[in-house]
Design a protein around this ligand. Structure first.
Ligand code: 3HC
Length: 294
C-alpha cells in the first residue's frame, strides 16, 4: 500500500511547498486534508494544485479523470479540527519558529495521540519544534525539495527525542510515494542544503565581488557543469528569504564563513525581492512564477 502505515495525511500550509506535498500524497492515493488560515489562502492553495496537475494534463502525463481524482482526494479546510482523524500531519507554514510552535501546539491539541507530526522546515531546529509538544517522540522532520512533485529526495529527520519507529514509518511512506528517503539527524541544513548552500552563497559572493556576471555564472553552471539551473535561477526558484534562512541557520551552527550570507542576498531580501514568488529576485519576471526575463 502506497501510504505504508498511514492512510489519511494532513498538510498545514498550502503555499508552494505545502501544495506540492499535498499533490504528491494525493497522487499516491492517500486521503489528504489541506489546511490554510483563511478562505483566500485556501483558494490559492487549490490553485497551486490545479495549476500543477493541469500542466501534467497538457503534457499528456495525466488524464483529466486522473487529475479530478487527485484533486478530489484533497479535502480543503480552514478548520484544524478536520485533522482529528489524520494519522500523519505535515506542517509547511512559513519559516518562523513562533508560527511553527503555534501550529504544533494546536496540532498536539487536535490530533490523535498516536498521530505522527512532521515539519517540512528547511532551516529551523526540528528538536526545538518537537520540544514544544507533549509528544516529542512522535515528531519528525520531513524535508521535501522544490518543486516537490518533481524532486525525488525527501530527508527524514529524527531528533534525540524521536522514537525510531516514527522515522521508519515516514521513510516507508516516502518510498511508497515513489520518492527516495535519506534518514538523518537534526543538524542545520540537514544534508542537501548544507552542501548546496555553500555553493549558492559562493555564487552570490562572486557576483558581489564583480568576479563574473549573474548570466555568466548561471551559464557556466548549466552549460559547463550540467546542472538543470544556474545558481541565481535556482535561488529565485527556492525564494531568497528561504535561502537567507538556511544560510543563517547553518552559519549560526557552524560559524563556517562559506555560509555567512552574501550581502547581495541580504540586500534583496531586505528590499522584499524574494525571487519568482514576488516577481523579482536576481532576475525579473513578467508575472509571478514565470521564466526569467533578465
Ligand atoms: N510543479 C510540478 N511539476 C513541475 C514543476 C512544478 N513547479 N516544475 C516543473 N515541473 C515538471 C514539468 O511538468 C515536467 O514534467 P514532465 O517531464 O512530466 O512533463 C518536468 O518537471 C520538467 O519541467 P520543465 O520541462 O518545465 O522544465 P525543466 O526541464 O527546466 O525542469 C526543474 C524544471 C525540474 C525545476 C529543473 O530545472 C530542476 O531540477 N531544477 C533544480 C531544482 C532544484 O535543485 N531543487 C532543489 C532546491 S533546494 C530545496 O528545495 C530545499 C529547500 O529547503 C530550500
Amino acid at each position: 500500500m502506497t501510504g505504508g502505515s498511514f492512510s489519511r495525511v494532513g498538510v498545514v500550509g498550502l503555499g508552494t511547498m505545502g501544495a506540492g506535498i499535498a499533490e504528491v500524497l494525493a497522487r499516491g492515493g492517500l486521503a489528504v486534508v489541506g489546511i490554510e488560515v483563511d478562505a483566500g489562502a485556501l483558494e490559492r492553495g487549490r490553485g497551486h494544485l490545479e495549476g500543477s496537475t493541469g500542466r501534467a494534463v497538457k503534457r499528456g502525463r495525466l488524464t483529466e479523470e486522473a487529475r479530478a481524482e487527485i484533486i478530489g482526494r484533497v479535502r480543503f479546510s480552514t478548520d484544524f479540527a478536520d485533522l482529528g482523524d489524520c494519522d500523519l500531519v505535515i506542517e509547511a507554514v512559513p519559516e518562523r519558529l513562533d508560527l511553527k510552535r503555534k501550529v504544533f501546539a494546536e496540532l498536539d491539541r487536535v490530533c490523535r495521540d498516536d498521530a505522527v507530526l512532521a515539519t517540512n522546515t528547511s532551516s529551523l531546529s526540528v528538536t526545538q519544534i518537537a520540544a514544544t509538544t507533549g509528544r516529542p517522540a512522535k515528531v519528525v522532520g520531513v524535508h521535501f525539495f522544490n518543486p516537490a512533485p518533481v524532486m525525488r529526495l525527501v530527508e527524514v529527520i529524527g531528533t534525540v527525542l524521536t522514537e525510531p519507529g516514527a522515522v521508519e514509518r515516514v521513510a516507508d511512506l516516502v518510498k511508497g510515494l515513489g520518492k527516495t528517503p535519506v534518514t538523518i539527524g537534526d543538524r542545520a541544513g540537514f544534508v542537501a542544503n548544507r552542501l548546496l548552500f555553500g555553493y549558492l552563497n559562493q555564487a552570490a559572493n562572486m557576483l558581489e565581488s564583480g568576479h563574473a556576471t549573474r548570466d555568466d555564472i548561471d551559464t557556466a553552471m548549466t552549460a559547463g557543469a550540467g546542472l538543470p539551473m544556474g545558481p541565481f535561477t535556482l535561488m529565485d526558484l527556492i525564494g531568497l528569504d528561504t535561502c537567507l534562512g538556511v544560510l543563517d541557520a547553518v552559519y549560526d551552527e557552524t560559524r563556517d564563513q562559506r555560509h555567512a550570507p552574501s550581502p547581495v542576498l541580504s540586500e534583496l531580501v531586505r528590499a522584499g525581492l524574494l525571487g519568482r514568488k514576488t516577481g523579482r529576485g536576481f532576475y525579473s519576471y513578467g508575472k509571478k512564477d514565470a521564466e526569467p526575463e533578465a
